[in-house]
Structure formats: C-alpha cells, structure tokens
Design a protein around this ligand. Structure first.
Ligand code: SAM
Length: 278
C-alpha cells in the first residue's frame, strides 16, 4: 500500500496492466508516490481548483494530485493501455477524475474544466514544448489556466527561465516571461523515472499574470523575437532587416543598439521594439 492512498503500488499497477514503457510516447514513469505528491504540492493549493493533466500514464502524478485535494482532475492520455489503471483511480476518488482517451494536441481542454484551472503534467518530451507554446499563446489574455506546473528536460526548463546574456535565452524565455512568472521548482535525476531518460529533468512552475509585463502586440512580438533569435549570432540590424525598411531607426527609437545581438536584449526592449513596429 502506498503512503498516499489505498491503491496498489505503481510497480504492481504496471505489472498487472502490462504497461511496458514505449519510447515513441515519451513514457518515463514516476513510480515514487512521495515524489508525485511533492510535485502536486508545487502546483499550490489544489482544493479549489480543477487540474488538467496531460499524459497520466499509470497514474502516479494523478494520484498525487487527488491525494493533495484537487477538486477535479481531467487527465488526457493517448495510450489506451493505461485506461484500466486510470479507471481504478477514478473509482477510488468518485466524481473527481475524468479520463479522456486522446491526443492532448487535439483536445479543446478548457471545455472540460471550470476555473480556476491549474495545468500539472509530467509531459511527454516529444510534445512538451509545443503544448507549452500553445498554452502561453491563447487568443485572449489572461488565459484559461492560472498556473502550470510542468516537467521538462532540464535544458528546456532552463530556456523557459533564462535571462538576457545567457545561451539559453531565446523565444521560449520571452514567451514565458512576458505574461507569466516562471521558476524552476525542482530538478530530478534520470533515476527518478522508470525507465530513466538520458537527461536530467526539471519541474517548472508558471503563474499567469493578469496583464502582460509590458504592452506589445502578441503577433508582432512573436514575429520579431522569432526573427531575432533565428539568426542569433547576427547583429539585430541584419537579423531584423526584413521587418522594416528603416529597421536601424526603429531599433534606435526602441532604445536598442542596432549592432547588438538578440541574446543581449531584454524583454522590455523587445516589447518597445514591437510597439515601434506595430
Ligand atoms: N504522468 C505519468 C508519470 O508521471 O508517471 C506518465 C508521464 S510520461 C513522461 C508521458 C505520458 O504522456 C505517457 O503516459 C504517454 O502515453 C502520454 N502521452 C504521450 N503523448 C501524448 C499526447 N499527445 N497526448 C496525451 N498523452 C500523451
């Protein structure tokens, strides 16, 4: 019996349901229920929140979220083999777990949850960044989620929280930090997972701000940041040449040295440039 509920230990669940990990689905499972409860606690006070979980797998994190008091958990899993194990969890927590069999990339998730909504997931690494970018760029802000607590490869986590001047600083840092606060809450060695991945992992916690830190049009900001970092070794006057015929003047008007490179430019300055180019 585990420390957090009366369901069988996860190794037994995996054995009884034949859940051998599949690499193509990014399956690296967390089997330590103390660890999954700890991740659930990073998400904050779950009692008054609905939680979206992507990729529950055998349900270790799901069990942590429910044991930590989540009002409701909606868990989206692509692998049908996991459904019977998840059904057992739903039975142990009546009315609090809805399992959706499908691809998180195709799901209109907000329709299944009531705010406040927290997203908590040990993400499959092959779709993690794509999902994060979608969650960070909804059609309207504030988004439907209030916090996100997400496991990534450590290198991706570092890109999310990176500051100017570092190698990891780029599009992901700007996207994440423009309209939310982002911090690395935990780092995990490969051995925390079954099977262990090749790389270290980290849990990033993001909280949505009510309004962007600095005004800017999302599309313009996204376009210039993509262009600037696509050629991050070039001076901005060259990397952004296609953005405006008088790009040097626009850069100067935004307080940016046209010979600077993207990785030296603060979020505030990128927003100023987006306003100049809007
Ligand atoms: N949450 C479990 C844990 O912590 O042990 C499993 C995490 S494992 C890293 C990722 C999970 O995401 C797997 O169960 C996998 O089947 C599922 N998955 C992969 N791609 C998916 C997708 N596009 N939509 C939904 N689930 C997906």
């Amino acid at each position: 019996m585990s420390a957090i509920d009366t369901l069988p230990p996860l190794r037994a669940v995996i054995a009884s349901h034949g859940l051998s990990a599949r690499k193509a689905l990014g399956q690296n499972f967390l089997l330590d229920l103390n660890l999954t409860a700890k991740i659930a606690r990073v998400a904050g006070d779950l009692a008054g929140s609905d939680v979206l979980e992507v990729g529950p797998g055998p349900g270790g994190l799901t069990r942590g979220l429910l044991a930590e008091g989540a009002r409701r958990v909606v868990a989206v899993e692509k692998d049908a083999r996991c459904l019977p194990a998840l059904a057992e969890i739903a039975e142990a927590y009546p009315g609090r777990l809805e399992v959706i069999h499908g691809d998180a990339l195709d799901l209109d998730w907000a329709a299944h949850l009531t705010p406040p909504i927290r997203i908590v997931a040990n993400l499959p690494y092959n779709v993690g960044t794509e999902l994060l970018v979608r969650w960070l760029t909804p059609p309207v802000w504030p988004p439907r989620w209030s916090t996100m607590t997400l496991m990534f490869q450590r290198e991706v986590a570092e890109r999310i929280v990176a500051t100017p001047g570092s190698k990891a600083y780029g599009r992901l840092a700007i996207l994440a930090q423009w309209r939310s606060t982002a911090r690395i809450a935990m780092t995990l060695p490969p051995e925390a997972f079954t099977p262990p991945p090749k790389v270290r992992s980290a849990v990033v916690h993001l909280e949505a701000l009510d309004a962007p830190r600095y005004p800017a049009d999302p599309q313009v900001l996204s376009r210039i940041v993509a262009a600037a970092f696509n050629q991050r070794r070039k001076m901005l006057r060259a990397a952004l040449k296609a953005q405006a015929p008088d790009i040097e003047d626009r850069l100067r008007a935004a307080g940016i040295d046209p010979t600077a490179r993207a990785e030296e430019i603060s979020l505030e300055a990128f927003c100023a440039l987006a306003r100049e180019l809007a």
